[in-house]
Design a protein around this ligand. Structure first.
Ligand code: FAD
Ligand code: FES
Ligand code: FES
Length: 487
């Protein structure tokens, strides 16, 4: 096996002697690439953003921005990354490197004061700069939309980057001023070639090891042999455990590049979504075909987190405030669980058994999530949190209703944040089914929804607030559907 190595700004660097739990951020800074900053070490600030070459959605390769503080460097064995230092192109000997167009715009428009956040901003901005379909959405008249520039720039690309001193307007000005990449731009050209292939990795130092197998079958055999192993995909949860709670694992097994976990299959009766596709990949590949998920994605963390986070990881944590379970419960989804003996399908409604507990057995992986078709036409995802973006839910409610001839034929409602596990609002569903979709029905049924679950007081919200939000959410859905009909 070739010694583990990573290509940073075009140069190969061996991983050794970094410990297997070393983050990309610490690895870079140890090598003197101190442009990449640590602000929070838990994925909240974006100061550590770097670009990774990943399989593309519209081109062979996409430059994807991720939080370097969360990803173990061993997970990028054989991969290519670019840091803020690598964005600038080297000039003639003795002359300073030329600024990258996003760096240039940040400088001339006053997008940087103390500069601590700036390398992270320019990496996130560069990823959006290189998004292949950005320029196709460019429209000189679209400047009135506060979140999309006339150059097609989607400001949500920066939703995971915080700045404490500049204020965001000059940063937005810079983002909305960048043009199209020049033809000879090496990073733009890189998109036309295949992304680095995943490589099998066995990276051991002292008494811990990071392992990546080439296939699902090999991974499942490994998990049978090593029941102590910690499975990681995007590492957006695991990275926080390592940094903030100092958790260490003797054996980490990566599943994020397994081809069997990265497929999206659309059949006549279902859509199967691979557990290791990132949320950004799912969002871009579905392109609105599952409207409830299309509503969920922008409310899930930030673009930086969604570029790493997977559905397998979101279900794998078993968190009662994970955002995908309420939506997947409303979609009547099931989970495909694989181990060395085969595969089984479990309805998501039967998957969670207690606080962070599930029916998943040791050695079992989530291979995919299956969403049955056809989809219910009336859907909504309401996330109640303290901030509009990049925040954890206090309460999440997902609706999927079949309303035919004004009657609710079928109702599925998924809830998060109101019990030890994500749950279905069974009493509310039963009360809605067969009744007319009217203000009277909504008024009669809302108290039932308010009383679903067993919400608790915690630092995010009180139990009373959570219950009140549940009741209001049905009204909000009704108002939105009737407004849509009357407009
Ligand atoms: C700043 C920040 C903001 C966040 N915001 C949100 C938010 O708004 N909403 C939300 O729901 N979550 C949020 N999260 C949590 C996290 O991003 C999600 O839970 C994400 O989906 C985890 O996916 P991952 O691939 O990164 O998981 P990892 O960290 O790689 O793994 C998480 C767990 O899942 C297990 N696992 C991973 N893949 C599989 C698999 N295929 N089969 C079995 N087990 C598996 C792992 O063993 C591990 O226990 C946030 C996290 C951060 C750091
Ligand atoms: S250091 Fe804050 S997101 Fe990584
Ligand atoms: S310029 Fe100081 S934090 Fe952004």
């Amino acid at each position: 096996m070739v010694a583990a190595r990573i290509t940073v700004n075009g140069e190969e660097a061996p991983l050794s002697p970094a410990a297997p739990h070393t983050t990309v951020l610490d690895f870079l800074r140890e090598r003197g690439l101190t442009g990449t900053k640590e602000g929070c070490a838990e994925g909240e600030c974006g100061a550590c953003s770097v670009l990774v070459a990943r399989p593309g959605v519209n081109k062979p390769t996409d430059w994807v921005a991720v939080n370097a503080c969360l990803v173990p460097v061993a997970a990028l064995d054989g991969q290519e990354i670019v840091t803020s230092e690598g964005l600038a192109t080297a000039g003639a000997p003795g002359t300073p490197p030329a600024l990258h167009p996003v760096q240039e715009e940040m400088a001339v428009r006053g997008g940087s004061q103390c500069g601590y956040c700036t390398p992270g901003f320019v990496c996130s901005m560069a990823a959006e700069y290189y998004r292949p379909d950005r320029c196709a959405h460019a429209d000189a008249d679209a400047g009135s939309d506060a979140e999309h520039g006339p150059n097609g720039f989607d400001l949500h690309a920066l939703s995971g980057n915080l700045c404490r001193c500049t204020g965001y307007r000059p940063i937005r000005d810079a983002a909305f001023a960048v043009g199209a990449p020049a033809e000879e731009d090496p990073l733009a050209r890189r998109r036309d070639q295949a992304p680095p292939a995943p490589v099998a990795t066995e990276y051991a130092q002292d008494d811990s090891v990071f392992l990546r197998k080439a296939t699902l079958a090999e991974t499942l055999l490994l998990l049978r042999e090593r029941p102590d192993a910690v499975v990681v995909a995007g590492s957006t949860d695991w990275g926080v455990e390592v940094n903030i709670r100092s958790r260490r694992a003797g054996c980490v097994v990566a599943v994020d590049r397994l081809p069997e976990l990265r497929q999206l299959r659309v059949a006549s009766d279902s859509i199967e979504i691979g557990a290791a596709l990132t949320l950004t990949e799912i969002e871009r590949r579905l392109d609105g075909d599952v409207p409830l998920l299309a509503e969920l994605f922008p409310q899930f963390a930030s673009r930086l987190i969604r570029n790493g986070a997977t559905l397998g990881g979101n279900l794998g944590t078993g968190s009662p405030i994970g955002d995908s379970p309420p939506a997947l419960l409303a979609l009547d989804a099931s989970v495909l669980l694989a181990d060395a003996d085969g595969e089984r399908e479990v309805p998501l409604a039967d998957y969670f058994t207690g606080y962070r507990q599930s029916v998943r057995r040791p050695g079992e992986l989530i291979r995919a999530v299956r969403v049955p078709l056809p989809l219910a036409p009336v859907v909504a995802f309401h996330k109640i949190a303290k901030r509009r973006f990049d925040d954890i839910s206090s309460v999440a409610v997902a609706f999927a209703l079949d309303v035919e001839d004004g009657i609710v034929r079928r109702a599925r409602i998924g809830l998060g944040g109101v019990a030890a596990t994500p749950i279905r609002a069974l009493a509310t569903e039963a009360a809605l089914e067969g009744r007319p979709w009217t203000a009277e029905t909504v008024e009669a049924v809302a108290p039932l929804l308010r009383d679903e679950g067993t919400p608790m007081d915690d630092h995010r919200a009180s139990a009373a607030y959570r219950s009140a939000m549940l009741g209001r959410s049905l009204l909000k859905l009704y108002t939105r559907t009737t407004e849509a009909v009357s407009s």
